[in-house]
Design a protein around this ligand. Structure first.
Ligand SMILES: Cc1ncc(COP(=O)(O)O)c(C=O)c1O
Length: 405
């Protein structure tokens, strides 16, 4: 899918660190050239009825946002903090959503470049109506729907199941009716973000078409203007088998077919992509401090762990990794290591939950080798509990045009 060689620059970085310092290596390494290329590919492959928003929550680092800014149509933000981050680098529009909006956040959204706000409950609607009335504006909103039926096999679902997100589809008629009576809230469409890490392109297309059909039905029934249809994000990364990724080409072929099939409707579909956009450009790099056997199982212990990359511990998966061998060993004692065996790769925290790789085969791993955790650019550093045990934070390294920023 992505052709830029990413190992070369990480290679240089690791070699440089190992010659210049005795400190065990620990860093997030971002290849912004890869990110730029990937974002352009995503944007160019979508049909004209799509608008591409970046879901800031996946990775809000300024360098990531600045790299994406010229390519995307706007940003999906979930807090005032994210709004401020976008305002500091862009004038592009924002969509603001989240289940627990504060008054200050809604006011900030009304004062900022926020194009649309998600209504996630009746209470949300009443609060927005009141605030918009005070400001004497008509607030454009999307109604976030929690669909009645199951939408995918993804293991994290926000829709089609009971959740804190959106309005139950069965209550949507009532919500539309009330919103239509409002003088200060204007329904501009529907928001359907429903799942996380979906790997099935066909299922995603099926989901998109069902969002289109439902939106058109509500449009007809309630005489709405042509609704914006926000299908959210949820496109997955195959952490279990990166060689079999989400079939983006199949998905976009299907999106082009939908564009043609519904061309008379003059639809606009919003995508809010986070994980699929940012995951691949980031690598978490962490040095092995120790290798040992315990109760018959091999463990490699890192200078780092789930306080930097929480995702594999949260999902109880093995994160895709690669052992980067460092041959030099100058200590006066023997070097612990294993060859051709399974290993569990754990972090430096005092908890057995601090595990990034569970019982996976390695050709070799020794103390002082470095582990590269690929696909760590989304929901990596920012979702992790950085300060547990007060270890120093990893270095954050950004490379653009092959040069450090
Ligand atoms: C409303 C909304 N939109 C978009 C996203 C981004 O999803 P993903 O990172 O799976 O693309 C999320 C993620 O939680 C979300 O809550």
């Amino acid at each position: 899918m992505i052709t830029i060689e990413k190992k070369a620059t990480i290679d240089d970085y690791i070699k440089q660190c190992k010659t210049e310092s005795d400190e065990p290596l620990c860093a997030y390494f971002y290849n912004l050239d890869l990110l730029e290329e990937h974002a352009k590919t995503i944007k160019q492959s979508l049909p004209v009825f799509c608008r591409l928003y970046y879901a800031v929550k996946a990775n809000p680092e300024k360098e990531i946002l600045k790299t994406l800014e010229p390519i995307v149509d706007g940003f999906d933000v979930a807090s005032q903090g994210e709004m401020e981050k976008i305002k500091s680098i862009s004038n592009k529009p924002m969509l603001f959503g989240g289940p627990g909006k504060k008054k200050k956040e809604l006011e900030a959204a009304m004062d900022s470049n926020v194009e649309l706000v998600n209504v996630e409950s009746f209470h949300d609607l009443y609060r927005m109506e009141e605030l918009a009335k005070l400001q004497q504006i008509k607030l454009p909103v999307l109604i976030r729907v929690n669909l009645s039926e199951n939408v995918s096999e993804s293991h994290i679902r926000m829709s089609g199941v009971p959740s804190q997100f959106g309005v139950d589809e069965r209550d949507i008629p009532q919500l539309i009716t009330e919103a239509l009576q409002s003088d200060h809230v204007e329904i501009r469409g529907f928001h359907f973000h429903a799942m996380s890490n979906n790997l099935d392109a066909e299922a995603h297309l099926h989901f998109v078409e069902s969002c289109i059909q439902k939106s058109l039905r509500w449009k007809e029934e309630y005489q709405l203007n042509t609704p914006i249809i926000d299908i959210g994000g949820g496109i997955g990364i195959n952490y279990w088998d990166p060689a079999s990724p989400f079939d983006w080409a199949h998905f976009t072929d299907g999106m082009h077919r939908l564009n043609e099939a519904y061309s008379k409707e003059d639809l606009t579909l919003f995508l809010e992509i986070g994980r699929y956009m940012a995951a691949e450009c980031g690598t978490y790099v962490s040095e092995v401090l120790d290798v040992k056997k315990n109760h018959g199982k091999n463990y490699a212990v890192l200078r780092g762990g789930s306080h930097h990359l929480r995702l594999p511990a949260a999902w109880k998966i093995s994160h895709p990794f690669q052992v980067y061998s460092i041959d030099e060993w100058n200590e006066p004692f023997s070097r612990p290591g294993i060859e051709g065996e399974n290993v569990t790769i754990a972090g430096e925290l005092c908890t057995p939950n601090d595990v990034l790789v569970r019982d996976e085969f390695v050709e070799s791993v020794r103390a002082r080798d470095v582990i590269l955790f690929h696909y760590a650019g989304a929901y990596g550093w920012t979702i992790s509990h950085h300060d547990f045990l007060s270890h120093p934070h990893p270095q954050q390294v950004f490379v653009k045009n092959g040069e450090y920023m």
